[in-house]
Write a protein that binds this ligand. Sequence first.
Ligand code: PEP
Length: 255
Amino acid sequence: MSVDRPRPLVAGNWKMNGLRSSAKVLSEIHAGYTPGLKAKVDLLVCPPSTLLHVFALASVGSRVAVGGQDCHAKELGAHTGDISAEMLADAGATYVIVGHSERRQFHGEKDADVCAKAVSAHRAGLTAIVCIGETRQEREAGKTLNVVRKQLRGSIPVDSNPQNLVVAYEPVWAIGTGLTPTAADVAEVHALIRDELRRLVGKAEAPKVRILYGGSVKPSNAAELMAVENVNGALVGGASLGAADFLAIAGAYLG
Ligand code: PEP
């Protein structure tokens, strides 16, 4: 293993799921985050904003990080219903997901919006998990690498470094569908991302940036996907809603 290889991160994106009673899942995650797992992999839970503060308080001392799922680019102001990166940080978040395909698709977010949100995450001291990925049509048209390159260049702030940036490659067609790309396809895209990062954050820092794979990761395919070159963890949707599956995915790093 290269000395530069980053410590893996397995992140759960709960999306619009979870009530106060879901604190039970979080305590099961704490209980299952054994010293063996802690030695190998970082864990992050991104619940809905309503649960963020209580999850952050419950996670103090556990080494399970808590993050937001989105933020506004501005610090404060007349933006009804929005949440700023500073508010997430104030609630105890240390990460925020930006540019998830559901935000791009259903809220019309473009690369420049995603970049502005990542800038705001950095301003608030958060690590931005910047999501990129092609649609099925783009893959079928052979445009995957061009799409991913363009999204990456447009979405990553200039002040990014391995501490404040995580990139998540999430093919849109793999999210919530049970479909996954082949290991070779994942390797090809992650290699391109690593290469682009050399340009964006510099040759010395690029190997240290974590690049997550996301899209229908589950216990049965995690070991194969996590073993792919340049895959430094997973962004997990559906399978992160239960502690057993989430921990089993992280368990891929136990070897
Ligand atoms: C996601 O939405 O980030 C995701 C990866 O979802 P799923 O694991 O359910 O495909």
